[in-house]
Structure formats: C-alpha cells, structure tokens
Design a protein around this ligand. Sequence first.
Ligand code: NAD
Length: 307
Amino acid sequence: MKKITVVGAGNVGTTTAQLIAERGLADVVLIDVLEGTPQGKALDIFEACPLWHSNSHVTGTNDYADTAGSDIAVITAGLARKPGMSRDDLLHANAKIIKAVARNIAGVSPDCIIIVVTNPMDAMAQVAREVTGFPHSRVIGMGGVLDTARMRSFISLRTGAHPKDIHAMVLGGHGDLMVPMTSLTTVRGKNISEIITESEMEQIIERTKNGGAEIVGLLKSGSAYYAPAASTVEMIERIFGTKTGTLPCSVYLNGQYGIDGVYTGVPVTLGPEGLKEIIEMDLTDDELMALRTSADAVRDLIKKLNV
Ligand code: NAD
C-alpha cells in the first residue's frame, strides 16, 4: 500500500483523506497542529473503510515522525479565505505555515511528491520548492484542475451536455487572473463558439473566475472543499497511474510559453516521478498574453516574500 500524508485536517484535508480512503488508493496519515482533531477525523474515516470495501489504513497525528516514508504529501494547512478576501490576502500568514510544514515533510519523506493546495497556491508551491530543495518535478500545485472542473460544470449547466463530453482548460495562476482557454473548449468535439454565444461564454468565464468567491460568499465561513479535494485526488490518481491524461497543474516554468522562473498553471502529464511533461499547446496571441500576465502576478507575490 502506498502512503499519503495530508497536512491540515480542515475541510479540504479531511475531504481529500476521505476520498483517498474511499477509493482505497493508499494509507493516509492526517496531520494538523490541533490536538485530537486529526486523530478523531482519521478514526472516523477509517471506521467507514469496511463500508467502502477499502483496505486503507487511516491515522491522525501531530507528529511528523508518523508521516515518514510517504509517497505523496498533500499540503492543505493554512488559513482559508473569508468573504471579501482574495487568495493573495493570505500570502504572508500562509507562507510562514508552508515553510514550516514543507521542511518537516522533507525531513522525514525526502523522496515524496508534494502537492500544494494552500492559497495563494502558485506562490505557496514555489515557497515549498525553495525550502525543501526538491527537484521542481516533485512539487506541484493544485488549482487548474479545480478551475477547469468548475468551468465544465457551468458549460454542462448551459448546454445540457454530459461533463465527460466537455473538454476545457483553465491555465495561469490560480487567482483572479486565471485564464479559461476558449479556443481549447469543446462540447462533443465542437468548439464552444459554435454552440453558445460570445456573451454566454463571457458569463461562464466570469463565473469560473469567481467560482471560489461565489462559494465563500454563500458559506460565509470557510471556502470550497468538495471540488478542491476531488481535484487533488485526480492528480494523485495520475501520479499512481490509476488514471491517465493531461491535467492543468501549477509547475515551475523554464521558458515554456515564454515564461521563466515561476510556478503557474499549464497542461502537464504526471507520473510516479511527479511532473512528467509540460505540454505546450497552440494558444491564440490573446491567450498567450493573458497567460504571461497571470504568471507575472504570481511573480509579484513571490517578490513580496523574498524567497
Ligand atoms: P480549514 O481552515 O478548514 O483547514 C486548515 C487546517 O490547517 C486547520 O485544521 C488548521 O488547524 C491547519 N493548520 C494551520 N496551520 C498548520 C500547521 N502549521 N501545520 C499543520 N496544520 C495546520 O481550511 P480549508 O478549507 O481546508 O483550506 C485550506 C487551504 O486550502 C486554504 O489556504 C485555502 O485557501 C486553500 N484552498 C485551495 C484551493 C486550491 O484550488 N488550490 C481550493 C480550496 C482551498
């Protein structure tokens, strides 16, 4: 059995642990600074495993020694947005948490792949990479999978098409400047521009960009976690090879798309080594410019952190 550590036993972390256990993908160690919370939630999930016909062992802890030898570490520790906050407002508080968490993880699981979920995610992925010194291929951020799932769900709502027949890709940083790629969006093989009007597409793009804020506004306390956890597990399944195909993930770019030295969301393939390949797709000039602007916004955050 593989071993996955989930750091942060809050909404996203616990739901991620639940999905991993429900699918029997790995043993799970849930870790948090709160005493009793990871232990209690892990035990509750573990007790559901017989009902899911799952053999996963799920434990909770406050001690990184128990996470040693993990194949994957998912970092969800940190503050979540409150109504009116942007993801970037979490920058300094969460950077401090990510630095400590990433160092602890690297100390006991030096060969693991880190998936960063904590916001502002692209900047936090870069921080985790810097403090661990891991190869860039082993620190990957989750954001584009979620943004793309949101966009596909809204297109499904508008067109009535089954989400599996809808292909879309949201690239760029996981923030206000994310870039939904209209030219790559198809429904049953036809470009979206042949199916809905430009103004309908604009509405879908706006709702996608505000997808996180829409849920924060409705919940009033806390942010989204079901779709974020499912998106994280989608990446885990690509790493383990139980699913295949390209996903938009935040990775370190080294000249691809004309972007250098910063984490941002692009189409990639994943495997046991983490990042396998960055796929360079044909984008329109406008899309390429938007992608670069989005990457610049991540670069600005990194500058504020001096990492
Ligand atoms: P939450 O408040 O429910 O849980 C966060 C947990 O982190 C808490 O249990 C807290 O005790 C724990 N924590 C804080 N400091 C810690 C530390 N040093 N070590 C270990 N645990 C620590 O929040 P949530 O809804 O689960 O969201 C978690 C993070 O994920 C937030 O930053 C949120 O913005 C982000 N998020 C990102 C995406 C994405 O697409 N990348 C989607 C949703 C949420």
